[in-house]
Design a protein. Sequence first.
Length: 301
Amino acid sequence: MAKIELNSGVYSFTDVDGKTRKSKSESHIQYLFKKSYGKNVIAATTDAVAVAESEFSINERFEFIENYVSMVADKIQPSVILTGSGGIGKTYTVNKSLKAEGFVDVSNLESFEEGVDLPRKHYRVIKGYSTAKALYRILFENKDSVLILDDCDSVFKDADAANVLKSALDSSDERIVCWNAESRGDEDLPRSFRYTGGVVFISNLSKDKIPQALRTRAVCVDVSMKLEEKIERMKHILEDSEFMPETEIDIKRSALKIIDQYKAQAREVSMRSLIQVIRIGQKFTGEKFEKMSRYALTCGG
């Protein structure tokens, strides 16, 4: 199957006549590919990726996430990009991986006493919308730390923000991030700084929506799942003693059994729906537990 490859900033593929076509422009190489094969390049490459990813089970892919995040924590790898639909355990896995490496979540800085140094190994979670300038400040204030950008999809759509990230996550030994625009009220920010930290991106976007320049600087793991894979993943998580430890394992298993039974009719099958049904099981048992869970899954939204 023909596919586009990227090497040293140059895209290339072999056309129907056996000729190698090259371009530094992603849009231009897509045009040439479609002209040669009559097929959109995204569809073609997605087919190839899907075949490759099918070789790895969903639990294997989540294990890879844990390992790649540990590489970011050890400053071996500058960034990891995690994609796939929401509510399937990406954030849970990243937090678990960092804590296993001895890292402390300092997202809520108010919980730390003023003047007290933060733990040497710490990470910070940033959620929601961010401008390019705000991102520059976040990177500067956490230049030696691990950052988790959770659902900060605006940084992928903003060209200035993407350029800031490209500098911060480059593969070179010296990662210098610059901001050369004049603006008021930013006297506390330098025009440039050396970034030695790492970034874990968590997004519900599909992988092809992430800028190519960022994908090539990171390890990308897509955990989009079919229905049965979601059930398999939830089964794996609920056996973890760290998942809702206050709840008896029998209740958690019964909750998953109910979700599996009504998964075809459910509005959503995700970790959120599993937690919701478990909470019902904390209060009710027997037929009432099942009926209330069924209603929450299929009607209660």
